[in-house]
Write a protein that binds this ligand. Structure first.
Ligand SMILES: NC(=O)c1ccc[n+]([C@@H]2O[C@H](COP(=O)([O-])OP(=O)(O)OC[C@H]3O[C@@H](n4cnc5c(N)ncnc54)[C@H](OP(=O)(O)O)[C@@H]3O)[C@@H](O)[C@H]2O)c1
Length: 203
């Protein structure tokens, strides 16, 4: 199966590694095609860097972008995302890690879903740190979304990638996932990464 990852930073790399290790074909698109090509080269022959920055040909799109960038992109690609599974991992936190920057009562993922009404938007991966995702450790991936089939497909991908998907319900629960991660990031910042604050329900 082929997956388009948008962005070529830490999360794109970590998720890309998980996917290529488990026989997925990964396409990397970045605003800078050279960055996309560099990451694809690092991921190996199952990955390719896109020379264009669009959603053509993709059915599953992982947005590994900051919140504002993801919002801008989804607004500009809106029609091209129709019918596609779009995965938002963003953490819309303020610089002081003191609050969320989304409008009151709304998550980043819900904003994306509003911007591209034809897309099947899921929230996932926002509570897993890139450094842990880059390992082969089994991590819990909390998934919120309103499209049952899209969720099933992402859960299967997670299992293939040695992750443990947990369905937390509809897309409105992205608000909780974003709030939980604000807390995790705050704690992580205060203890300077010396504890594991990975959110997990693992036995
Ligand atoms: N890092 C983590 O542990 C972690 C964990 C969970 C969720 N997340 C979330 O995952 C997302 C990606 O985080 P990351 O750590 O991978 O960030 P990152 O390493 O900084 O990479 C961000 C990527 O987005 C691109 N980008 C930045 N601004 C952009 C814009 N205005 N338009 C288009 N592309 C833009 C960057 O391109 P350039 O290199 O050209 O700037 C880069 O490819 C964020 O929403 C973050 O909240 C991160």
């Amino acid at each position: 199966m082929e997956i388009l990852i948008v962005g070529a930073g830490r999360m794109a790399r970590s998720i890309g590694l998980r996917l290529v290790r488990n026989d997925y074909q990964v396409r990397i698109a970045d605003r800078d095609p050279d960055s996309a090509a560099d990451l694809a080269a690092e991921l190996g022959e199952s990955a390719s860097g896109e020379s264009v920055y669009n959603a053509a040909g993709a059915t599953i799109i992982i947005l590994a972008l900051p919140y504002e960038a993801a919002k801008d992109l989804v607004q500009s690609w809106a029609e091209d995302l129709s019918g596609k599974i779009v995965i938002d991992m963003s953490n819309p936190v303020d610089q002081a890690l003191d609050g969320l920057v989304t409008p009151e009562g709304k998550s980043a993922a819900e904003e994306l879903a509003e911007a591209a009404p034809g897309a099947k938007v899921l929230k996932a991966f926002n509570t897993t740190f890139a450094s842990k995702l880059a390992t082969s450790e089994t991590l819990d991936v909390f998934i919120a979304g309103d499209d049952a089939d899209a969720k099933r497909r992402l859960m299967a991908i997670c299992r293939d990638a040695d992750l443990r998907p947990i369905d937390v319900g509809g897309l409105k629960h992205a608000r909780t996932l974003e709030g939980i991660q604000l807390l995790q990031m705050k704690v992580q910042d205060q203890i300077q990464g010396n504890w594991s604050t990975e959110l997990t329900f693992a036995p």
